[in-house]
Design a binder for this molecule. Sequence first.
Ligand SMILES: NC(=O)c1ccc[n+]([C@@H]2O[C@H](COP(=O)([O-])OP(=O)(O)OC[C@H]3O[C@@H](n4cnc5c(N)ncnc54)[C@H](O)[C@@H]3O)[C@@H](O)[C@H]2O)c1
Length: 268
Amino acid sequence: MSNLRPPGSVAYNNAGRVVLVSGGASGIGRAICEAFVHTGADVVCLDIDADAAASLPDGIAFVAGDTSSEDDCRNAVEFAIQTFGGLDVLVNNAAIQPPSSYASLHEFPRDLWERMVGVNFTGYSFLAKHALLQMLQQQSGVIVNMASGQAHRTARKVPAYGPIKAANLLQTRQWGVDYARNGIRVVSVSPGAIRTPLVEATLREQGGEAQLANRHPLGRIGRPEEVAAAVLWLASDAASFVTATDLEVDGGLGAFGAFADPYPMPAP
Ligand SMILES: NC(=O)c1ccc[n+]([C@@H]2O[C@H](COP(=O)([O-])OP(=O)(O)OC[C@H]3O[C@@H](n4cnc5c(N)ncnc54)[C@H](O)[C@@H]3O)[C@@H](O)[C@H]2O)c1
């Protein structure tokens, strides 16, 4: 069954599809959960923040867990299968970038390094591994990895976040190639700055909101729903020939060259 309504309509029909979103209790992940629920999907949110479960909109099932734990990833996938009968879409979204991670490599704390690798990189692989075991039985599925504009080009003092996000692009290509003949597509999304608790924590610490907005040719920070809209499309049959690749959802940020970095953008 196609998960798109007839041409001319922009609405998606995800009725009967089962979607698992990591880090779905906040920010971009939450908007993705809401977008899938509003289009009829059965949605499971896996998040480390168990308290956030109570504030999730109706219709989103919650599983508490830490994606850096393989047992927690297996548990979330099994919950989705047992509760809803399968798994059609995995969104690997949970990642951390605490303000303390803005540091040079020579002063980067070892425990924070290991935590960021564990959640932002290994966690994506653990969750994908257990999702793939199910998707291989089905011979169908879509995995969406949340990468970042910082996967493509760097900023000062992001020696862990940037390189790990770049690795998310290679996870996408690797799995996309390996499972293409099994009816499984793997794609990633690279957002620019999006107004979420993660970004607001950094802006509180470092300031510079107007400058950050101005770096985007569209002249503003993005909204979580704008990333969710891209995920809906990538997970739909409309993107049936799209795999092992990345989509930048960044208000044009990535089009700037390095020369744009030190200068505020001239007003349009
Ligand atoms: N916000 C942006 O501007 C931006 C830009 C580029 C990429 N991204 C990426 O988008 C994704 C979501 O970012 P966000 O801004 O919505 O973040 P956020 O901090 O608002 O939300 C992240 C969610 O993940 C959960 N989480 C954290 N660690 C977890 C773990 N180990 N196991 C399970 N859940 C965990 C948190 O509890 C939270 O609910 C991340 O992959 C991030 O790197 C965000």
